[in-house]
Design a binder for this molecule. Structure first.
Ligand code: SAM
Ligand code: SF4
Length: 463
């Protein structure tokens, strides 16, 4: 409340910005993004294949089915900022072989489980899922959706530069009606510096087609903190966004880790905004979005009222998984393709990242896992807290004596409260509007793996 009043007058706005900058200096540090808990570098006790299949059978219910993620790693050109697992190639000869690999993995699952899981949802991510031709996509989806739930929902990540009407028609035919477009930024100078040229006209035409075909929902991925972005360029990008008015917007913080992600060495660090400038870019985007009617849901995500994520937030049904925010999820997420992650509710598994190794494992009739984690009781308690934090911006603690390191956590929460980031009562905690910018720092306080172990893993900065 107090903070909202502070930013209402101009003079006091300067005070707000000063204290914001002090907070950025205090809290800007490397931290996980918490798409999973524990984060991948802290995974231990990988279940063996028999235990993993046992976990899946224990968690499976025919009524809820499974959520399926399929990774298509190919892209025709490299975006310098990209932190995703992808292979750059223009050779579409790889499609047929890859289709065979994904179907082999799916068939291994069916064989080892002894039944064909019901598909509650299917998400295609990448890389570039529309690297596959309409014909390949059709054959792939057709085989995966053999046992499809009557409540089935499908979604796909699309690169606007590499999609055609035939591919969209295949998606529509199988009920893949939630589309996400990789936009990142509309400014030509920014686009040049990240090696991703795509004109507003190209995106406008595509949005028109998507609307004409009556897809259920349209998301734009945008990034702040890219080279050459300024308040003015962000303002112009958001003017175009505002004209096109997608239902959902993911406004990601650019994760710059050039020592780990080699292609990011092409990004000139002198062209990157400072942490304070980067936060100002986010605030500018957020301000425009809120002025034109979007609501902030969870971390870095915005939605129009009436969109499925907005409704989910209103009804306390919003959830987060490895792919981002969703309105419902089953107990099981299966991931097909290199690097994909699966969750049985009792454990996590991740596939080989390297395409060759992934293929070799499949050829031996093995599920191609290279990493995994078995959840402890404490992991499940923290998972629940982080879900509430990321989806509702408030946490009902329940029994605090069950939370590992509660004494230390409580001290840190009190400091967050003193800095105006949250309001903390005995058993409930609410994130303030200011605190939303530091949500990863707050999540970090609960992370007992991070507190007790060092892994040498590199995480992006919280701001
Ligand atoms: C895996 S990509 C798939 C989308 C599709 N290949 C495209 O680029 O149009 C999903 C999203 O991840 C985001 N992304 C990729 N690298 C990132 C990074 N280093 N920091 C923040 N976001 C990133 C981008 O917004 C991108 O649209
Ligand atoms: S951002 Fe998308 S298109 Fe660009 S390299 Fe990454 S996965 Fe490929």
């Amino acid at each position: 409340m107090i903070l909202i009043m502070v930013i209402k007058t101009k003079k006091k706005y300067k005070t707000y910005m000063k204290s914001m900058n002090t907070l950025i200096q205090k809290y800007n540090r490397p931290a996980p993004r918490y798409t999973s808990y524990p984060p991948v570098p802290f995974w231990n006790e990988r279940p063996c294949e028999t235990t993993w299949i046992g976990h899946l059978k224990d968690s499976y219910s025919e009524m809820r089915g499974v959520d399926l993620y399929v990774h298509i790693p190919f892209c025709e050109s490299l975006c310098y900022y990209c932190g995703c697992n992808r292979t750059i190639t223009k050779n579409h000869g790889v499609e047929e072989k890859y289709l065979g690999m994904i179907l082999k993995e799916w068939n291994l699952y069916k064989e080892k489980l002894g039944f064909t899981p019901k598909i509650n949802s299917l998400h295609f991510g990448g890389g570039t899922p529309t690297f596959l031709s309409a014909e390949t996509l059709d054959r792939l989806i057709n085989q995966l959706l053999e046992n499809k739930s009557e409540f089935f929902i499908g979604s796909i990540e699309i690169d606007p530069r590499r999609v055609n009407k035939e591919q969209l028609a295949v998606c529509k035919k199988y009920g893949i009606t939630r589309i996400s477009l990789g936009i990142q930024d509309f400014n030509p100078d920014v686009q040049k510096s990240i090696n991703r040229l795509q004109s507003p006209e190209l995106v406008e035409d595509l949005v028109e087609t998507i609307r004409a075909e009556k897809f259920e929902s349209l998301n734009f991925d945008l990034i702040y903190g890219l080279p050459k972005q300024t308040l003015d360029s962000i303002h112009k990008t958001f003017q175009i966004v505002s004209d096109l008015r997608p239902d959902l917007i993911a406004f990601y913080s650019y994760a710059h880790l050039p020592d780990k992600i080699k292609n990011q060495k092409f990004i000139k660090e002198t062209e990157l905004p400072t942490p304070e400038e980067k936060r100002a870019l986010y605030n500018e985007g957020k301000k425009i979005l809120e002025e034109i009617g979007y609501v902030e849901i969870g971390m870095d995500h915005f939605a129009l009222p009436g969109s499925f994520l907005s409704l989910a937030m209103k009804n306390f049904k919003l959830q987060r998984n490895f792919m981002g925010y969703v309105d419902r999820k089953s107990n099981i997420l299966l991931g097909l393709g290199p690097t994909s992650i699966a969750d049985s509710s009792l454990s996590f598994m991740q596939n080989e990242k390297d395409l060759k190794k992934y293929e070799e494992r499949l050829n031996k009739n093995e599920l191609p896992h290279s990493n995994g984690h078995t959840h402890s009781r404490e992991d499940l308690i923290i998972q629940n807290i982080l879900q509430q934090l990321m989806c509702q911006q408030q946490v009902d603690f329940g029994e605090t004596n069950e939370i590992p390191f509660w004494m230390e956590i409580e001290k840190e929460l009190l400091e967050f409260q003193e800095d105006g980031l949250l309001v903390f009562n005995v058993d409930k905690m609410q994130i303030s509007p200011l605190g939303k910018s530091f949500i990863r720092n707050i999540a970090l306080a609960f992370d007992f793996h991070h507190r007790t172990k060092t892994t040498g893993a590199k995480f992006s900065q919280t701001i």
